[in-house]
Write a new protein. Structure first.
Length: 507
């Protein structure tokens, strides 16, 4: 497969009527997922105070959704290609809304982890279906680039809507209310989607191979779990055994796909250098960013003392930059080059993360806001163009599977990033010095330290909190440095791997 495809002529009759209205329904699904991801970070201090999870449980609450969704995305993308992308999208959206209620009313850390895992099962149906439907709705390459830009911009808008709406709810209601905001979005998506979305699927898909489904799930979860445990507790035998099992399952999965007449995932897609480079860039980018995203709300609230609503507003520059960049990314890549836009965007994010290594407890907002704006612009340029490259590199019959690969890279990067960078933050934090008699829960998380301070003498509590906040910021600085290094190295790799790659242009 060559790095570019020659598009067939697209006439006005081939442009599906109502495609832009159908797109508005698809972006609601993206909004659903983005809002859910951002409100979790904002609600984490409240969940920590109410459910009293351990540090490890808190990380599981944060990343089990990504573990499950990453393990199931390829399977669900392939299932959508077989039974219909509209059908799987609407079923998944309905389940996503229902399980959000379970998240809202979780009463123990274990139940919260289970609820997040089930939400991952539902979420795995949404993102591949939306991108695959875009691929089938928009045949004109320039229109498709704009549609992908709107798709990405909506996800970024969700990262702004989530913290602001979530912050307002957290200041007036209990933490579970932030998950219930999924319900009205889900209701509109399903009711309008039934009428407006066209059905599309692979006309000759072959059977859905359950052995491959199990192998992909076991493989991804096993590898990610091993990385998480190794980052938290070191290289212990149980984690190594699970990691080896996961690696063996992935090896078997790949070998099986190469022999099946109708594979769950066509491994030949990776022969396309542009496709492989785009997937790798997505994985490493979100890996480098995820530690910042997960812990930033805690920094704003528990270190700088902002309320939830104010913390949500403080994160808006990243979303504003992402929305603006997403809408012009395709046009910019055609004017300059794919590799210039992707590598330049990644380098900008890396430099912004490097600036954030200078954070301390009293860092002024102008520096933080400017860094977040650059992160939003750079990440959106990269993600939007790589999504366009991935969609352009495959036949529309395989759009679901290809989109699932893209989303798997994103979710896998998020899970690995939270596991590795989150464990760095937690590891540095746990070592802070504290007065005698400080509860052990104070060393599990910063939220635990804030809660423990309420039961300590004033002077001892203040001393403990100062030390805990300093340790948390130090951990965040180290994680930002690691993230900056990953992003800058990824920018260099993208510059070489995306050489001569171009987006399709209409004739």
């Amino acid at each position: 497969m060559t790095s570019t495809l020659q598009p067939a002529a697209v006439t006005e009759t081939e442009k599906r009527p109502g495609r832009w209205l159908a797109l508005s329904v698809l972006v609601l699904a993206v909004l659903l997922v983005a809002v859910d991801a951002t409100v979790l970070g904002l609600a984490t201090p409240y969940i920590s105070e109410d459910l009293k999870p351990s540090g490890t449980q808190l990380l599981w609450i944060g990343d089990v959704y990504s573990f499950v969704i990453a393990g199931l995305l390829v399977s669900m993308g392939s299932l959508g290609d077989r039974i219909g992308r509209k059908r799987i999208l609407l079923v998944g959206a309905t389940a996503f809304g229902a399980i959000s209620v379970l998240n809202a009313y979780a009463t123990t850390p274990e139940l919260m982890i289970l609820a997040r895992a089930l939400l991952g099962v539902a979420g795995a149906t949404l993102m591949p279906a939306t991108l695959a439907l875009i691929r089938n709705l928009f045949h004109d390459p320039r229109e498709r680039s704009l549609a992908v830009g709107i798709w990405g911009a909506t996800a970024s808008a969700g990262t702004a809507v989530g913290p602001v709406a979530g912050g307002f709810l957290l200041e007036h209601f209990w933490w579970g209310s932030v998950f219930l905001i999924n319900l009205p979005v889900m209701a509109v998506l399903v009711l309008v989607g039934i009428k407006m979305l066209p059905e599309s699927k692979n006309p000759d898909p072959g059977p859905w191979d359950m052995i491959s489904v199990v192998l992909s799930l076991v493989g991804v979860i096993g590898v990610v779990y091993a990385v998480k445990e190794a980052a938290t507790h070191g290289f212990e035998w149980p984690a190594l055994a699970v990691g080896a099992l996961g690696a063996a399952a992935l090896y078997w999965f790949v070998r099986r796909q190469l022999t099946l007449p109708a594979p769950l995932l066509d491994m030949r897609l990776f022969r396309n250098r542009g496709f492989s480079a785009a997937v790798l860039a997505d994985l490493l980018t979100i890996l480098g960013l995820s530690g910042l995203v997960f812990f930033l709300s805690q920094y704003l609230q528990l270190v700088q003392g902002r309320g939830p609503f104010e913390a949500g507003l403080a994160e808006i520059p990243a979303a504003v930059g992402a929305v603006a960049a997403g809408l012009i990314a395709g046009r910019t890549a055609r004017r300059f080059s794919v590799r210039a836009v992707v590598a330049g965007g990644l380098a900008a994010v890396g430099l912004a993360l490097a600036v954030l290594t200078t954070l301390d407890q009293s860092t002024g907002y102008p520096l933080l806001g400017a860094a977040l704006l650059v992160v939003g612009v750079g990440a959106s340029f990269s993600f939007t163009v790589t999504a366009d490259v991935i969609l352009s590199s495959v036949p529309k019959e395989q759009a679901g599977a290809a989109s699932a690969v893209s989303e798997t890279a994103y979710e896998l990067g998020a899970a690995l990033g939270i596991a590795v960078l989150g464990s760095i933050v937690t590891g540095v934090y746990r070592g802070f010095g504290s007065p005698a008699g400080t509860p052990s829960a104070a060393h599990e998380s910063l939220g635990g330290a804030v809660e423990a301070a309420g039961a300590m003498p004033t002077q001892a509590a203040q001393k403990m909190l100062t030390s805990a906040r300093e340790a948390f910021v130090n951990g965040l600085s180290v994680a930002s440095a690691v993230g900056a290094t990953v992003l800058l190295l990824t920018a260099v790799a993208a510059w070489f791997m995306l050489r001569n790659q171009r987006l399709e242009s209409a004739p």
